[in-house]
Ligand binder design. Sequence first.
Ligand SMILES: *[C@@H]1O[C@H](CO)[C@@H](O)[C@H](O)[C@H]1NC(C)=O
Ligand SMILES: [Zn+2]
Length: 382
Amino acid sequence: MKVITALALAFAFTATTVNAGPIGLVDQISNFGFNKGDELRLIQYGDDQPARWMKESEILEMFRLGIKYMDITDYQNAYDDVVIESTWKPFIPAKARYADEVQPYIGNLTTTTMEIALKKLTSFKNRYYKSKWGAESCRWLISAIRDIAEEADGVSVKEFEHSWDQFSIIARFEGSNSDLDNELVIVGAHQDSVNLWLPSFGTAPGADDDGSGTVTILEAFRSLVENGFKPERPVEFHWYSAEEAGLLGSQAVAAEYKKQGKQVVAMLQNDMTGFIGSGGEQIGIVADHVNPELTEFLKTLVDTYAAIPYVNTKCGYACSDHASWAKHGYPSAFTIESAFEDSNKAIHTTGDVISRLSFDHMKEFAKVATGFAIELSHERSE
Ligand SMILES: *[C@@H]1O[C@H](CO)[C@@H](O)[C@H](O)[C@H]1NC(C)=O
Ligand SMILES: [Zn+2]
């Protein structure tokens, strides 16, 4: 989540070989545990550039320069056919139509649950996907989600296992219309955090990135569960592992859903919702690498359900988990705390702490996520 500098671009062009020179001492130290250090991974960092095999040290260097990427090592063939089999195409409405249904859930949102949950999430040394703290934090998070869902009918909470210890989490509301069983609406955030100097051992509270999105959608989920939400088509809330390592968790989930032939109507990512930028209270709506119709609809949701305006922005290639869904041809969209260039500069460091953030700001994103889940859970043709 950094602006790409000229230096970063220069790096991208030189990183064409896996033998890109000696590894510095800092890298040798900080790579310890990032991966084996010499394992090659297939990395894509642009639509118009071929994926390249890179060493962990090179990937980390790229990350520090602010270049976002997808690690597609495990999905090399998964993206060959981005057309969803069958002629099914989701209908994306142009206007919000269910305000009467949405408002009570929005009225029930508070900042209390978010504050308690974010304090806990930031108390782990980091939530790095391969660290012991990353494994502990996902266990705490799923227990919090299960506490909300336990009494509810038609709501399930599952671990989505990966080859590393930090699982992704999927909470699901079953739909009431069995004809729409194979369709779904997804609201997502990523649970992992990273200290970009010392990924495995460094302190990374990740309050904003993406503790804020994690608790934003947790609060939307809580209001929906506790007030008896029964969608027409299934609605899922996803907390992804390993976003910071090249969107590994969301790619695994999206690839699995694609394989199962699931029909994703719409996916909304919440990554960084807590920091108020110099533009004041705004909801950044990302316009690049997203579905244009869904993004237009998202703007009407902000107008209808939030108390603050939106601002159009761009965030570049693979900047968060919505990109994993887009890559499979599913409509996805992304809300962020401000215009991208105004966003929190303390992310990926020890300074990404709660004191820089506003829970009232996060609550505005919870309103939009709630509206998104309810509005799109209805079958519509106009
Ligand atoms: C939210 O809804 C729950 C369940 O209906 C209720 O117990 C609680 O008092 C409500 N809280 C607010 C702030 O509206
Ligand atoms: Zn993030």
